[in-house]
Structures are given as structure tokens and as C-alpha cells.
Design a protein around this ligand. Sequence first.
Ligand SMILES: [Zn+2]
Length: 217
Amino acid sequence: MAIQRHKGLADDVYEAIFNKLISLEITPGARITVDGLVRELEVSHTPIREALGRLEGEGLVVKTHLFGYSAAPQITRRRFDELYELRLLLEPDGARRAARQTSKKQLTKLKDAAGRMSKLGSSRERQGYSGFARLDADFHDQIMEIAGNELIRDTLAHLHTHFHIFRLMYHARVTEEALSEHKELLTALSAGREAEAERAMRRHIERSRERLLVAFE
Ligand SMILES: [Zn+2]
């Protein structure tokens, strides 16, 4: 797929490689050559190197001395368990705090993200899957932003949890079920019901864990 040249070229190149990584078109651990991407995307080396550097910062690409770039390996079962344990400690509490103080503007933004996710969730395309992963990451980040503890928000953001868990497998169930769980969460946040928001977030994370756990079987 060739990329058209215009102002947002660097972003488009980044997005194209990101899609390949999340949708497993580039499999975990696979070698990535700059020349291969130059040919495939029909762009110069510069935006490719720039994109790979950015993806390296997000933990999706690994650069090894003399070997070059490769897709990051799949997270281990242990890392998976640790990520979910951490999320369960921080996010339900964050949702409870957010329910106390979500403004109308913030709620509109959250609903907008959820709406865009439901459009992507029904698409059967792999591009939709990586778009869903990014929107889900944004959705959860927005809630932590409303909750108000910057350190907790940064800690979760720097782990890039959503990118790693969506890369475990490519399956429509992952997106479809999450949509109704997000809806429950939004209902609790709009009504300002703290305990309900906390419960909805806990349920969402526990179910997400169950959906993806099969990737290790
Ligand atoms: Zn979610």
C-alpha cells in the first residue's frame, strides 16, 4: 500500500506501521527492515526511521545493535498477569474518583471516543482493530485524567498496556464485548454514581483479562 505524499507524511507512515504491528500483520519478534518498508510504503528512509523510533519508544519495536529493528516479542503470561493486577488496583479506583467530577465537556469527549469505537468495532478489517486499540487506550486515559492523579495516569500511560494486550490476538469478540462494558461505565459516570463506576470498571478489566487469557492456551 503506497502512501500519498503530503504534510502529514510522518504520521501516516507511523500509523501504517502501527496498524501492521497491532493487527499482527507483522508478527511479534519478526524482523523489520527499513528497506522493506521503503519499498512497500513507497516513501523515503527518513519517515520510516522516524516512525520506527517512535514505535520503539512505545515498546512495540525493538532495536538491536548490528541486527536492526524487529517487532517486540509477545508479552509473557507473567507480564500479562502483572499488567492486569496493576490495572485492577488503579483503574476501578480512578473510575470512582472520576464519577465525582466528570464535567459535561469531558463526558461528551468520552462518549465521542466510545461512539467512534463502536463504528470500528463492527468493521471486520484489521485496520479497524488497531484503531480500536488506540481509542480504547485514549478512553481509559481520559478517565484517569478526570480522576486527577497525574502520577497514576502517567504510570498507566507509559506501560502502553492496550497496545500489548491487543497484540495478543486478533478477534472480533475483543472489541464487541468491550463496547457494552464501556456503555455501563459511561452510564455510571454520567449519573455521578461512584460505586457503580468502580464496579463497572472492575468488571470491564476482569472480562478483558478473561477474553485475552485464551491467547496463552
Ligand atoms: Zn476498555
